[in-house]
Design a protein around this ligand. Structure first.
Ligand code: SF4
Ligand code: SF4
Length: 309
């Protein structure tokens, strides 16, 4: 089961929820196998396979600060962009005409390519009647995978100055998510907002978990995120209210009116903020949250009707 953890607004605790959900499911495995004696043994694992965690916030990945993964593999990610041989070019301008992104321009007897605008679509190459255009790899970032406390961990990182996150997220997903996930929990930690990188992180998910805070700003951005996930992509959504109690009842009323389940509430608690700023996880500092995150997972399973084997 693929769960994308998203939030319309930055700073709502999205990564906190994603990381602690993964750790709680993993802890459940360790309880069962006796690797971590002293914790109560559940009769049945909530997720028989070890979780897979993808940090898709490629502009600013930060889940590794909490999970401390050991990186085992790394790949560069790039786009094939045009390279023009001016010896073969007759400056007809066709390449510039077909480029939807204004990434190539014919200026007098020169052809300029703007790599940061190029989407690597190949139209200019296909439409060049003299064969003057070849393609070269333009590296825009990297993807990595490894292991973190039994969790399979992966993250993408976009190079500074590059504008396109979507190809990195797309290749990260293709690289690490198996074609059939079954009931293995795959958690994608999306970037904040509702732009193309978030849509790419949601695409193919079984469920989108929205993390919000009960404030007018939180509600405003939650509405936008729900419009993308539920109304445009047709995905089931649920909400986690973080810092519950700080604001008003707007998020509760909106969720009730829209029939969106509130699956978990995390109260405003100074200890949680301190743990975050110290790079510690919620379930380490307050172990009672493990059970709450397991229950969150079980509620997601019920909402998606994917059976536990
Ligand atoms: S389409 Fe080919 S020949 Fe025409 S301007 Fe572009 S690179 Fe030159
Ligand atoms: S590959 Fe596509 S986006 Fe890039 S310059 Fe050519 S036509 Fe434009």
């Amino acid at each position: 089961m693929i769960v994308t953890v998203a939030s319309g607004k930055g700073g709502t605790g999205k990564t906190t929820v994603a990381v602690n959900l993964a750790l709680s499911i993993m802890a459940d495995q360790q309880d069962l196998t006796g690797q971590e004696p002293g914790h109560p043994v559940r009769e049945k694992s909530v997720n028989p396979a070890h979780p897979l965690f993808l940090d898709c916030d490629v502009e600013e990945p930060n889940a590794a600060l909490f999970l401390h993964p050991t990186i085992q593999e790394r790949r560069e990610v790039g786009l094939m962009i045009p390279q023009v041989d001016l010896e073969k070019c007759d400056y007809c301008g066709r390449c510039a005409e077909v480029c939807q992104y204004h990434a190539i321009a014919v200026v007098g007897e020169n052809v300029l390519v703007f790599p940061e605008l190029c989407h690597g679509c190949g139209s200019c190459t296909l439409n060049c009647h003299t064969g003057a255009i070849s393609e070269v790899l333009h590296v825009i970032g990297n993807i990595e995978r490894g292991e973190a406390r039994g969790i399979t961990f992966a993250q993408g990182t976009m190079n500074v100055g590059e504008p396109m996150a979507v190809p990195i997220i797309h290749q990260l997903k293709q690289w690490v998510i198996p074609p059939e996930t079954g009931n293995r929990l795959v958690i994608l930690d999306a970037s904040p907002g509702t732009a193309c990188p978030v849509v790419e992180s949601m695409r193919g998910a079984d469920f989108v978990l929205m993390v919000t805070e009960p404030t007018p700003f939180g509600l405003h951005d939650l509405r936008l995120a729900v419009e993308v996930a539920r109304d445009e992509l047709g995905l089931p959504v649920g909400v986690v209210i973080n810092r519950d109690g700080v604001g008003d009842k707007g998020v509760d009323e909106y969720c009730a009116a829209e029939d969106i389940p509130i699956l978990m509430r995390i109260p405003l608690d100074r200890r949680i903020a301190e743990a975050y700023s110290d790079g510690e996880t919620l379930v380490e500092v307050l172990p009672e949250y493990r059970e709450q995150f397991r229950e969150l997972y079980e509620r997601i399973e019920k909402a998606t009707a994917i059976p536990v084997l």
